[in-house]
Design a protein around this ligand. Structure first.
Ligand SMILES: Nc1ncnc2c1ncn2[C@@H]1O[C@H](COP(=O)(O)OP(=O)(O)OP(=O)(O)O)[C@@H](O)[C@H]1O
Ligand SMILES: [Mg+2]
Length: 287
């Protein structure tokens, strides 16, 4: 069963059942060997003639935080964007292989990219609230999706889940842009979770923030993971060690662009990496 949450949720949003689109279930139709919400299989990607991912295969366990680490340009953001089909918005991108969400190929025939992006939310490095009120930031996606629940309840619940309610509840009409950077980022997380995604992609979500805001985002990730599956890109290895359950180390070299070198439990990756290249990276010998 999908986790149930108080108040309105996905079930309040009309589906696309009559559009001929394939419905993506909240759980795989058949039990998989491991409970991976997202599974990437032999994924390769090219920007024009230039390869950015090579044969990446990995699973992202449900209700866990998985960190993606690796030197700049190794393909972390590219891999993240394949999961919610955001790379498709970039001209000249070609993808091979599969990305499965609850065992449905998100690139499959009749799968709606908009539906995929609703199920897989994204938070970017630079907080990007809409130039609207805090309340409207939260309600924007819900309105587009025809949310039928109580708006006030959705606003409060989303802001509470993103640990920013107490700081903004006095005036929800304030512009989202009037908040501090750290508050804006939590507002963006609240906006992302307001449409009840299953997966949250976070691309260096705290790298533009001060240390106190960074701790808040890290604490928040540990809280959110009870209800969501989080995939986070970070250059901060201490952060990866603190917040993640699993870690994938990626690398690009002359021969192979955007490869997954090693994936495993975060503790193992940081204390007993199997690959020399992982060890070199986490001990600061390159990257
Ligand atoms: N929109 C794009 N068009 C063309 N090439 C791109 C595009 N985005 C990324 N690339 C290339 O793909 C490769 C991987 O880039 P990507 O942004 O995924 O790396 P990254 O690991 O996220 O790096 P960083 O840590 O610096 O954010 C790089 O060689 C980059 O130049
Ligand atoms: Mg990146």
């Amino acid at each position: 069963m999908a986790p149930t949450r108080a108040g309105g949720s996905m079930s309040d949003i009309p589906g696309h059942a009559d559009s001929g689109a394939v419905a993506i279930p909240r759980q795989p139709a058949q039990a998989l060997e491991a409970d991976h919400v997202v599974e990437v299989r032999n994924l390769s990607l090219w920007y024009g003639d230039s390869q950015a991912l090579t044969n990446v295969s990995m699973g992202f366990p449900r209700n866990k935080v998985t960190a993606l680490i690796g030197p700049s340009g190794c393909g972390k953001s590219t891999l993240l964007r394949t999961i919610n089909r955001m790379n498709e918005l970039i001209p000249g991108v070609r993808t091979e292989g599969e990305v499965r969400l609850n065992d449905v190929d998100v690139y499959g025939k009749n799968v709606d990219a908009v539906e995929v992006r609703r199920r897989v939310g994204m938070v970017f490095q630079k907080p990007n609230p809409f130039p609207r009120s805090i309340r409207e930031n939260i309600l924007y996606g819900a309105k587009i999706n025809g949310y039928r629940g109580d708006y006030d309840e959705l606003v409060e619940r989303s802001l509470r889940q993103a640990a920013i309610w107490d700081e903004v509840k006095a005036n929800l009409k304030r512009s989202g842009l009037a908040l501090s950077g750290g508050q804006q980022q939590r507002l963006c997380i609240a906006r992302a979770i307001a449409i009840s995604p299953e997966v949250l992609l976070m691309d260096e979500p705290a790298s533009a923030l001060d240390p106190i805001s960074t701790v808040k985002i890290e604490d928040l990730m540990r809280e959110l993971v009870a209800n969501y599956t989080i995939i986070v890109v970070t250059h901060n290895l201490q952060q990866a060690a603190r917040v993640s359950d699993y870690t994938g180390f990626m690398l690009s070299d002359e021969q192979i662009k955007g490869q997954l070198v090693e994936f495993g439990a975060t503790n193992d990756i940081f204390t007993a990496p199997k690959d020399k290249r992982t060890e070199d990276y986490i001990t600061g010998r390159f990257g």
